[in-house]
Design a binder for this molecule. Sequence first.
Ligand code: NAP
Length: 346
Amino acid sequence: MPTTKRDTIFSAVTGAVADRLSQRQALRPVPESVRIDGRTCLVTGANSGLGKAVAVDLAKRGGRVLMACRGGHPDAGEEVRRLSGSDAVAMLKVDLADLRSVQALCNRLEREVERLDIVVLNAGVMPRTARRSAQGYELMFAVHFLANRLLIDRLLASGTIRQGNRPGKTPRIVLVASEAHRSAGPIDFDHFGAFTDYGLRDGLKHYGMSKLHLCTYAQELSRRLNPGGEVRVAVTSLCPGAVNSNLAREAPTLLKPLLYPIMRIFFAAPEKAAAPVTYACCAEDLEQRSGVYLHLMQGKKPSALAMDERAGKRLWEKSAALLARHVEGGSADVSGSMSHQPHGDA
Ligand SMILES: NC(=O)c1ccc[n+]([C@@H]2O[C@H](COP(=O)([O-])OP(=O)(O)OC[C@H]3O[C@@H](n4cnc5c(N)ncnc54)[C@H](OP(=O)(O)O)[C@@H]3O)[C@@H](O)[C@H]2O)c1
């Protein structure tokens, strides 16, 4: 992979700070008075950083919030309940680095949840060096893309996410990506899903590539769900900008004394960084628009590579073939079932 302007730690940090300082807010944050009572929301990676702030915000607005998190966070649900003042918060366990665990989460959601109105695919990871997921894929490819593809396929196929276009009822899928997707070169479809070993120096390149997979997926998903421009599911991808979160927890120990103060001073607090996610989840403006990409509070186009329809189709087909190896009963490509679902809200 060639080196580009955002794939070293130094350039990523300076770029993120510059973005933050230069942002003029084009979109207004959604006022606290906007409510989502009666809506059920799933947020992945909701125990930390951005995901936790989003969970608190959605719960404060009256949403029923399901926090899909790894084990080891026994107090996270209680904390979100306390911070939001809402009891309509529940924890569900999932390890997105294991497709069996994603399947188990889907089984549970399909059994126990009548309908999901808002799905925020937020969980993210930045490993220090290459690691494998349970099924042997590169960890970020697995967590940022493949797990999300499976989750959404299953929830659409089962009707847990119901396609509909009645005002105020359009389901929303929000994918937390990153501007780092712009640093990635074209996806190598000849070696799609193949594990590549990398060391400390190349982690950000692979992070950018995994987010390009996610952004390309978001565009393709939006096209497939909303043929002819009628919005039945609003798909939004976004970059929250630089967030003072736990994402850099695997940064080299020697770098942390420098990195952490910079993050504290220049990166946004998760509660502030959550504004574009809230916008994607709650703004009326996005009720009937899909395929939107937000960078902070500005609408933008994702990279030309992410918008490329041919790449989107190949990504869709190649990832369906990968998932079919792991999903009981054959192919996981449920694109056909998308158009057969009942419309509207039952
Ligand atoms: N921080 C930034 O500057 C920045 C910039 C652009 C985009 N983003 C994106 O924002 C999103 C949120 O990240 P953050 O900054 O809030 O970082 P964070 O505080 O580290 O939160 C990441 C969340 O993802 C969860 N997660 C990681 N691997 C998982 C797995 N295998 N299964 C289930 N959950 C898993 C983490 O769970 P554990 O606590 O159990 O590890 C944690 O809850 C990510 O998608 C990230 O790429 C962040």
